[in-house]
Write a protein that binds this ligand. Structure first.
Ligand code: MN
Length: 282
C-alpha cells in the first residue's frame, strides 16, 4: 500500500486557480499537497492570488501565508518557480520578466517536457472574448479572431488601470448555466487552436476550473483545474509523462487533514459580490 505521507518527486508541477485571499481557497489541501510533492520546476498557471477579492475586503488567514512561505521555501531550496498571472492576479502582468523571492513572472511560456514535446503554458483568460462570441467570429473569419483577442487584451489593461474588475467566466457561468457547458467546450477548442498556431504539441492552462487531459484535434489539451473545488494539479514524470492528480480524493480516502471550510459548490470566490454587481465582477 502506498503511504499517503510519502513524498513524490516530479520533474514539473503545474498548479492554477488557488484563489488565495478568498474564503473558498482550499489552502489545507494545497499545503498537504505541497508537503508531499516535490519538483525541479513548479509552474503556477494563474489566479493563485485573488487580487480582486482582496481589493473588496481583506481576507488573508494564516494558511494563505503558509502557502506563500511554502512556495518561497521551495524556491530557496532550488526549485525553479515560474508564476504566470491570470485575470485574478493580473496586477502581476505589469511585471513580466521580474523576480520576487526567487519566483519568475512570465506572461506565458513554452515548456519542453523530458521527452522533447513542447507545450504552451498560459492561464487562458485572454480567450474569454473569443469564446463568448465564437459564432460571430467564426462567421467573420480569422482577422476578427485576432482583432477580438487584441481588443480584449487592450480593454483588460484599461479596466485594470481604472481599477475595474475583469469579466469573470465563473461568475458568468453561475448565472448562465445553460451556456456554461458550451463555453467550456469552446474554450478548450480555442486554446487548442492557439497551441496549433504556436506550433507546439500541447497546451497547459487553467482558468475554467475544469481539470482535463485530452487530445483535441491532435493537440494535447491539459487543464490543471483548481484549488477552490476540485483540488487538482498536473505533474510531469521524469520521462515526460503527464499525470492529473486529484488531491481532494486522496485526502478524503486517507482521512488526513480536514478542510477548514466545508465543501460547498462554489466555482468562484466572488460570486456573492458578482451577483450584487450584476455579474460583471471578478
Ligand atoms: Mn482565471
Amino acid at each position: 500500500m502506498e503511504d499517503a505521507s510519502e513524498v513524490r518527486h516530479f520533474r514539473t508541477l503545474f498548479i492554477s486557480d488557488v484563489h488565495l485571499g478568498s474564503k473558498a481557497a482550499k489552502t489545507d489541501f494545497l499545503l498537504d499537497f505541497l508537503r508531499t510533492h516535490e519538483a525541479e520546476t513548479i509552474i503556477l498557471v494563474g489566479d493563485i492570488v485573488d487580487g480582486w477579492r482582496l481589493k473588496r475586503s481583506w481576507y488573508w488567514p494564516q494558511p494563505c501565508n503558509d502557502v506563500v512561505q511554502k512556495l518561497l521555501r521551495k524556491a530557496r531550496k532550488g526549485t525553479r518557480i515560474v508564476y504566470i498571472p491570470g485575470n485574478h492576479d493580473e496586477f502581476l502582468r505589469d511585471f513580466p520578466g521580474t523576480h520576487f523571492g526567487g519566483i519568475e513572472v512570465a506572461e506565458r511560456m513554452i515548456h519542453e517536457m523530458a521527452d522533447g514535446k513542447r507545450y504552451l503554458v498560459l492561464h487562458g483568460d485572454e480567450f474569454d472574448v473569443v469564446v463568448r462570441n465564437a459564432r460571430l467570429l467564426a462567421y467573420l473569419g480569422d482577422w476578427a479572431y485576432d482583432t477580438a483577442i487584441a481588443i480584449n487584451v487592450m480593454l483588460a489593461a484599461v479596466r485594470r488601470k481604472l481599477g475595474m474588475p475583469y469579466w469573470s467566466f465563473s461568475a458568468w457561468a453561475k448565472l448562465q448555466v445553460k451556456h456554461a457547458v458550451n463555453f467550456i467546450g469552446e474554450f478548450q477548442r480555442v486554446v487548442a487552436e492557439e497551441a496549433r498556431r504556436n506550433d507546439v504539441d500541447g497546451v497547459i492552462c487553467g482558468h475554467i476550473h475544469h481539470a482535463l487531459m485530452e487530445d483535441i484535434d491532435g493537440i494535447h489539451y491539459v487543464n490543471t483545474g483548481d484549488w477552490v473545488e476540485s483540488c487538482t494539479a498536473v505533474a510531469e514524470h521524469p520521462d515526460g509523462r503527464l499525470e492529473l492528480i486529484s488531491w481532494a480524493h486522496k485526502i478524503s480516502a486517507s482521512g488526513a487533514p480536514k478542510p477548514v471550510q466545508k465543501m460547498v459548490p462554489v466555482m468562484i470566490p466572488s460570486l456573492d459580490s458578482a451577483k450584487k454587481e450584476g455579474a460583471r465582477a471578478a
